[in-house]
Write a protein that binds this ligand. Structure first.
Ligand code: BTN
Length: 253
């Protein structure tokens, strides 16, 4: 069902399809541990039985209706302190591919959520292995709700719900892999000066007043930047506050 992309140099050129697995991130990691896989290897499945999300959450997706896959990358050109650049690059590739299939108004909710308007349409889970100061290997897992028509949680949505169009999963996958390679090659070629500017342009609630919670404290603030370490910069009551992943939570969406 899923084809090796015709227009990429390495991304998806090794494509592993399994009808079912526990988690594509975990399985790809295990396969790479037992025998090193080439950069750009993609593992895709129709059904995850134990899909993983951020903060130890699970990732649920109706089998055969959505995209759930992971990519193996070897971003040895990036220092650990710059790891958020990989995050931005992958996120922007997802936005580009979703826009291509008609999902206008796609937003990136820091740090790894893909939103359409106020609902979550996808998520990214990047797991890194570090060697000295550099990133040796990253497994980037992407879950995107494409054709699913209903969800148990009111905060989730799909491309179908917004466009009314059923997409061919393989075509969406091909577009995604091409976008991912394009962004990744720009990053690797240090051709990523516009990365943060483009990321901020897509950032959910950027320059907008919103409610947050940090360490039990609720406050209203305005996201005004992402710093070089990928931390969220929020201005609240005239004070600039900076948060790492897990230190802050968006309230009401
Ligand atoms: C999140 O929003 O919490 C991240 C979700 C990431 C889900 C994808 S689905 C493919 C890959 N395999 C996993 O187990 N998780 C990621």
């Amino acid at each position: 069902m899923y084809k090796i992309p015709a227009n990429t140099l390495f991304m998806g050129q090794k494509l592993i399809y399994v009808p079912e697995c526990h988690s594509t991130n975990s399985l790809l990691n295990d396969l790479n541990d037992s025998s090193a896989l080439p950069e750009g290897t993609v593992l895709i499945t129709d059904r995850q039985t134990a899909g993983r999300g951020q903060r130890g959450n699970s990732w649920e997706a109706a089998p055969g209706q959505n995209l759930t896959f992971s990519i193996l990358l070897r971003p040895g050109f990036l220092e650990l302190k710059d790891q958020f650049k990989l995050n931005m690059s992958i996120s922007l590739a997802v936005v580009e591919a979703l826009r291509f299939i008609g999902s206008a108004n796609v937003k990136l909710k820091w740090p790894n959520d893909i939103f359409i308007e106020n609902k979550k349409v996808g998520g990214i889970l990047i797991e890194n292995q570090v060697q000295g100061p550099k990133l040796a290997c990253s497994i980037a897992g992407i879950g995107l709700n494409i054709n699913q028509q209903s969800f148990l949680t009111p905060d989730a949505t799909s491309v179908y719900i917004f466009t009314g169009i059923e997409s061919n999963l393989n075509s969406v996958f091909q577009g995604l892999i091409e976008s991912l390679e394009g962004e990744y090659l720009d990053l690797r070629g240090k051709n990523s000066a516009s990365l943060k500017r483009r990321y901020l342009k897509c950032l959910y609630k950027f320059n907008d007043s919103h409610q947050f919670e940090s360490e039990g404290e609720k406050f209203t603030g305005v996201i005004h930047d992402i710093d070089d370490n990928g931390r969220l910069c929020v201005e609240s009551d005239g004070v600039n506050r900076t948060f790492s992943f897990k230190e802050v939570r968006f309230l009401n969406g």
